[in-house]
Design a protein around this ligand. Structure first.
Ligand code: GTP
Length: 319
C-alpha cells in the first residue's frame, strides 16, 4: 500500500495566459483536469489517500475535488502561502500523512500511462530510499538526464547538455520511503530535482530508476497540452463532446478536439485539433484550428482562429 502527494502549486508560467485564472493542473485534457487523470491513475495503482500540495490559485482545487469521495479516494489539501518548491512542498504535504507507507509523488503536469503499481512494487522489493520513473526519449538535449548503473541505481543527475550521456530522463513520478521525506527541511524552499536527489545520490542513498517507456508527456507548454488532449481523445474517436455540450449538426469537429461541458457550437463551425473548455459559445461558421478556447469564452460568428489562445475579449498567438 502507498499514499500519494500531487504537486500542483507551480505558477505554470509557460502556459500563460491560460494559467492566469486556472492553475496548470486544472487545465483540461480530454475534457477533465490533468489532476483528475492523475487521481484515476493513483487509484488504479491501489492508492486511497492523496494530499494535493497547492499554492498558486490553491482555492480552485477544493470546490472541484472536495474530500475525494466522488472518486472513492480520500483527498486532503496542504496549502503553501509562498511556493516552497517541489521538495519543500513534499515535506509540507507529508505532515498530513500519518503513516509508514511508501509515498508516491506525482508532478501535477505529467500525463503518463506507466505501471505505477509496478514502480511501487520494485521500490519496496529493493527497499529503496527513492525510486524515480525514468523514461527514454529520442532527443534528451532538452532535459536533465538520469544515468543508472547495471543494477538500475541512479549514478547522477545531470543538467541539460548538448551531448547527453543517456537518453533516460526524470519522468516526474517518484516513490519515497517516508523517512527520507523527513530529512527535507520544513518551511524552506527546496527543489527535489536540483537539491534533494543529487544530495541523496552523493551521500550513497539507495536511489533507483524504474525505466518504462509507456505513453508520457509533460504538458508544461501549450503545444504539449494540446497534444496530450488530442492523443487521448483520438484513442476513442475523432472528437469528444462533454456532457451538457450542444453541437449544431452542421458543425464539423475533428482532429481529436474536445468540447467542454455546457459549451455550444453554432451551425457550420469547423473545429480541428483544439480544446474548447467548459461554458464557451462558438459562433456560427467560425473556424478554430489547433487552438485553446478558455472556459467561458465566446468566439464570434465567422471568426478564423489558428494556433491561438482565445480568452474572453482577447486572442493571442501561441508562442
Ligand atoms: P512553469 O512556471 O511553466 O515552469 O511551470 P511550474 O510552475 O508548474 O513549474 P514546474 O513545471 O517545474 O513544476 C513541476 C510540478 O511541480 C508542477 O506540477 C507544479 O505545479 C509543481 N510545483 C512547482 N513548484 C511548486 C511549489 O513551489 N509548490 C507546489 N506545491 N508545487 C509546485
Amino acid at each position: 500500500m502507498a499514499v500519494a502527494i500531487l504537486l500542483v502549486g507551480g505558477f505554470g508560467t509557460r502556459l500563460m495566459p491560460l494559467t492566469k485564472n486556472t492553475p496548470k493542473p486544472m487545465l483540461t485534457v480530454a475534457g477533465v483536469p490533468v489532476t483528475e487523470h492523475q487521481i484515476a491513475m493513483a487509484k488504479a495503482a491501489g492508492i486511497t489517500e492523496i494530499v494535493l500540495a497547492t499554492s498558486y490559485l490553491s482555492e480552485v482545487f477544493t470546490p472541484y475535488f472536495g474530500d475525494g469521495s466522488k472518486w472513492g479516494i480520500k483527498i486532503r489539501y496542504a496549502v503553501e502561502k509562498e511556493p516552497l518548491g517541489t521538495g519543500g512542498a513534499i515535506r509540507n504535504a507529508a505532515q498530513l500523512l500519518d503513516s509508514n507507507e511508501s509515498v508516491v509523488i506525482l508532478n501535477g503536469d505529467v500525463m503518463s500511462s506507466h505501471n505505477l503499481e509496478e514502480q511501487i512494487r520494485q521500490h519496496e522489493a529493493l527497499d529503496a530510499d527513492v525510486t524515480l520513473h525514468l523514461t527514454q526519449v529520442q532527443d534528451a538535449r532538452a532535459f536533465g538526464c538520469v544515468p543508472t548503473d547495471s543494477n538500475g541505481r541512479v549514478t547522477a543527475f545531470l543538467e541539460k547538455m548538448e551531448n547527453p550521456v543517456t537518453n533516460q530522463i526524470n519522468a516526474g513520478c517518484y516513490v519515497f520511503n517516508p523517512r527520507v521525506i523527513s530529512t527535507i527541511p520544513l518551511n524552506t524552499v527546496v527543489s527535489v530535482e536540483r537539491e534533494t536527489f543529487p544530495e541523496l545520490v552523493a551521500s550513497g542513498a539507495k536511489v533507483f530508476g524504474y525505466v518504462e517507456n509507456a505513453y508520457w508527456l509533460d504538458i508544461g507548454t501549450p503545444r504539449a497540452l494540446l497534444k496530450a488532449s488530442v492523443d487521448i481523445v483520438q484513442r476513442s474517436g475523432d472528437f469528444l463532446a462533454m456532457p451538457g455540450s450542444t453541437i449544431d449538426p452542421t458543425a464539423v469537429i475533428s482532429g481529436g478536439s474536445c468540447i467542454g461541458a455546457n459549451s455550444t457550437v453554432g451551425a457550420g463551425a469547423v473545429i480541428q485539433g483544439s480544446i474548447v473548455e467548459a461554458d464557451c459559445v462558438i459562433g456560427q461558421d467560425s473556424v478554430i484550428i489547433d487552438s485553446f478556447v478558455a472556459a467561458g469564452a465566446e468566439v464570434e460568428n465567422g471568426a478564423k482562429i489558428a494556433s491561438s489562445f482565445v480568452m474572453n475579449g482577447e486572442i493571442l498567438t501561441i508562442p
